[in-house]
Design a protein around this ligand. Structure first.
Ligand code: A2P
Length: 274
């Protein structure tokens, strides 16, 4: 619980709770509504959704129904990765605001549509980011940023837009080498959020992490999440189950420097895409 009250501070002074609830692949309707409601009941104050998850309506409803003051729940959403034009961005942003009520952090979901990964959308990214800057300047968004952007994609924004992204949300977990992107972001004061902190669950089978967990009397998931906190990034573990929400946020312990070094020697990406 204690960790859920702790915050990081973004480059513009906005505070962001250290752990957020991920909602990728959580279906709109009861599943998303109940997940968010349970998380809020258990002290979570940071919820991460996206237009592409198609659950903003239920996420927004659970937030409203919680009656927790607006300023106490940090809400992130993302511009659908396929939208790379100003008109489309405005339309999608207005729809997200309608569903969620408000948005603290709004980020471009990916530098390219998922159907054309790696394609060059530099012009389109600048176009939609400029729209996001307008919403930020008006005070609608408290912070703006990007997701899945590599240094090149971010440099494009730095070269052509006014506001340095406050956040880059990337897939990051023990074993996944994100050092180039993280170094670049650190240099520009761009905060890192880590999605898939458990490698969408596959990392939990790792024997070395399991052994470390035993040593601390913690679960493997807790080691994965605590590791990222000690890297000073914000993990966004996804679960729909209350006991796991509690487990994933009960990470008020310290992994020793030696064990952090050991976890750093683990390499690889165990994720499987079904
Ligand atoms: P579930 O939603 O059924 O709990 P990631 O956050 O890396 O994307 O991982 C999400 C996956 O890991 C989901 O399949 C989720 O399943 C599972 N998961 C989340 N927390 C835990 C936990 N503490 N122990 C085991 N599995 C977990």
């Amino acid at each position: 619980m204690k960790m859920l009250k702790e915050t990081y501070t973004l480059s513009n002074g906005i505070k962001i709770p250290k752990i957020g609830l991920g909602t990728w692949q959580v279906g709109n309707g009861d599943e998303a509504y109940n997940s968010v409601a349970l998380a809020l009941k258990n002290g979570y104050r940071h919820v991460d959704t996206a237009q592409g998850y198609q659950n903003e309506e239920s996420v927004g409803r659970a937030i409203k129904d919680s009656n927790i003051p607006r300023e106490d729940i940090f809400v992130t959403s993302k511009l659908d990765a396929s939208i790379k034009d100003a008109q489309g961005a405005v339309k999608a942003i207005e729809a997200s605001l309608e569903k969620l009520g408000y948005i603290d952090l709004f980020i471009i979901h990916a530098p390219w549509p998922w159907s054309a990964m790696g394609s060059d959308c530099k012009k389109g990214n600048v176009e939609v980011y400029k729209v996001m800057e307008e919403y930020y300047k008006k005070g609608v968004f408290k912070s703006i940023g990007v997701s899945n952007f590599n240094p090149d994609d971010i440099q494009n924004i730095l070269d052509n837009c006014d506001i340095t992204p406050h956040v880059n949300q990337i897939g990051y977990f023990i074993g996944l080498d994100q050092s180039k992107t993280i170094q670049f972001c650190n240099k520009h004061n761009i905060f890192i959020e880590a999605y898939s902190p458990l490698g969408i669950g596959y990392l939990l089978a790792n024997q070395d992490i399991q052994n470390t967990a035993k040593k601390y009397g913690k679960t493997t998931a807790q080691i994965c999440i605590r590791y990222l906190l000690q890297k000073e990034v914000a993990p966004l573990p996804k679960t729909t189950k209350e006991h796991r929400m509690i487990e994933n946020s009960s990470v008020d312990f310290e992994i020793s420097i030696e064990d952090m070094d050991f976890l750093d020697t683990i390499k690889g990406d165990p994720r499987k895409w079904e």
